[in-house]
Design a binder for this molecule. Structure first.
Ligand code: ADP
Ligand code: TRP
Length: 323
């Protein structure tokens, strides 16, 4: 640890983890373990802006820990932890709030979205981006792998870090977002962005039967089997692309164009490709999810690693601001 650049990311324990989360964030984050020191956490403080179900929150946190375990997170050499196990992050949030222009928060997408839908906005949602900046800055993070929808939060984080360093002297590392452009937004069953809030997800760790059922539900156009079809606009093909080689994609694309390939068959091919990658992790997940002592142990060791860094950075900040 120490010489490699640090990669950090968080994921909210707010519902069923899906293929969009997997391709946009979890898979790239896990791959980065080879080249980076990684810090990944369950953003439970953030989840509180939208959920008030304590049992569900705890269960979802265990789900995520088991998912990262099943997908090959190396907990001995990297840190995986609960956001709320590092309370210093809330102290830093306060300090950063005091240099955050209110107008910057009013321009944040999640806030604007809630206002346009006439939803009630609590202060947690309003200052969500400050808590996220604090998450990133408190661990001296160099890189932050996230989906495209988080880009604005990263820009706000950089703004706040630069502003703080300018006002008080160099304290924070300026982080960079890592966004996989080709997987920027994974479409859901209905073709819109796959998202828990749209109810259009393919659950990542569902049983094989449920997984298959979800894929069979993907919306397609109503062309007949014999018709020529366009792979470029097909939701099934756009998922298949992430689980196949270029040669396989070319082959399937030419079958689309030739006609004679029905959507039922396409979905079956897609299911097989996805299942090949995910069936083994699913088995590991099912075993480990039941083993709460093991999951607690993972989270405790992550907490200890994260806490050591958070304390150092918080101390630097306190000295600079005069606390
Ligand atoms: P959701 O939109 O389902 O509530 P989250 O906001 O919890 O998902 O996102 C967790 C991570 O997964 C973030 O890094 C986000 O960018 C990524 N992500 C979520 N949905 C998608 C998607 N459809 N395509 C790509 N990445 C996604
Ligand atoms: N806001 C992110 C999301 O909705 C989750 C998150 C919280 C996060 N803190 C973070 C992501 C810090 C990256 C870095 O998905």
């Amino acid at each position: 640890m120490g010489v490699k650049p640090r990669s950090l990311s968080g994921i909210k324990p707010t519902g069923t983890t899906h293929l969009g989360n997997y391709l946009g964030m979890i898979k790239p984050a896990i791959q980065m373990q080879k080249t980076h020191e990684t810090f990944y956490f369950i953003a439970d403080y953030h989840a509180l802006t939208s959920t008030q179900d304590p049992n569900q929150l705890r269960e979802n946190a265990y789900d995520l820990t088991a998912i990262f375990a099943a997908l090959g997170m190396d907990f001995d050499n990297h840190a995986f932890f609960r956001q709320s196990d590092i309370p210093e992050v809330t102290e830093l949030t306060w300090i950063l709030s005091c240099i955050t222009p209110k107008g910057l928060m009013e321009r944040a997408h999640a806030f604007k979205d809630a206002i346009s839908k006439k939803q009630e906005v609590n202060m947690g949602l309003f200052s969500y981006p400050v808590l996220m900046a604090s998450d990133i800055l408190i661990y001296d993070s160099n890189f932050v792998p996230v989906g495209q929808d988080q880009q604005q939060h990263l820009e706000i984080t950089r703004d706040l870090a630069i502003r703080f360093n300018h006002l008080f002297g160099e304290v924070f590392v300026i982080p960079e977002a890592i966004i996989q452009n080709d997987v920027a937004t994974i479409p859901g069953l209905d073709g819109r962005k796959m998202s828990k809030s749209y109810g259009n997800v393919v659950p990542l760790m569902a049983s094989e039967k449920q997984f298959r059922k979800a894929i069979m539900k993907i919306t397609t156009d109503s062309k007949a089997v014999e018709d020529s079809k366009d792979p470029g606009t097909c939701n099934v093909f756009s998922l298949y692309k992430f689980f196949s080689t270029e040669t396989e994609q070319k082959e399937l694309a030419s079958r689309y164009l030739a006609g004679g390939l029905g959507y039922g068959e396409v979905k079956e091919i897609c299911f097989e490709a996805l299942n090949l990658e995910l069936s083994e992790p699913r088995e590991i997940y099912q075993k480990i999810r039941k083993d709460l002592p093991q999951l607690d142990g993972i989270l405790e060791s992550g907490r200890d690693k994260a806490s050591a860094i958070a304390r150092q950075v918080t101390e630097r900040v306190r000295v600079k601001v005069g606390l």
